[in-house]
Design a protein around this ligand. Sequence first.
Ligand code: HPA
Length: 239
Amino acid sequence: MAERIAIIGGSGVAELDLAGRLTPMLVTTPFGTVPVQLGEYAGREIIFLLRHGKDYCLPSEINYRANISALKRAGVGQIIATAAVGAINRAFKPGDLATLDDFIDFTRGGRDTFIKRQFLDVSRPYDQALNRQILRAAKALKLKLHANAIYACAEGPRFETRAEIRMYGQAGADVVGMTQVPEVVLATEAGIPYAVIAVITNYAAGVTGKPVDGDHVVAVMKKKKKALTALLKDVVAAL
Ligand code: HPA
């Protein structure tokens, strides 16, 4: 049987109706027990994992090691994640989608690792074949998707200051979020190809005059649920 495909649901994407009936499953890892849901689509076994858990924990409280370890133990061969991001680059508009090419780590360090390997190669953190499939599917579905964005990972859980966002933009970031580090790094350590469909939910602090509103972030994610589901279906069917 082909390896399983994991879908990591970010904020606001609790119930993606991709795989019909889902079977809950608990995966035990050295880092804790992780609830996932098992389903099937296009002849492939799909594992859904809610990044923030059922009861929504903050980005700074996510048990990333347990999450990625659970996917590894469950026989996952590819991960497609979803994530809410704020736009730093004005060409990215709320409601647009993006794939990521790279990240810049603005967390304070000390985040999770499995192997504490100093020399881990992260020169290509995102899987290019998966990114190409996401781009192709988005084109077919006529969804606005920016390919190969650069992601600034902020520490959170607060949103950023205007000056922080200005600096991230000067450093080359297009979008900002709080979860890619360590998630994509752990996937790299675990040897699981990883890509993310980022949903632009808002302009980051100071990009327009508007404050950043967490409820609005979740509301936009919910509004994009249909498009995300269609996109994920198309990508999974092509894998
Ligand atoms: N900043 C950080 N994380 C986010 C944002 C933001 O503006 N929007 C969605 N996730």
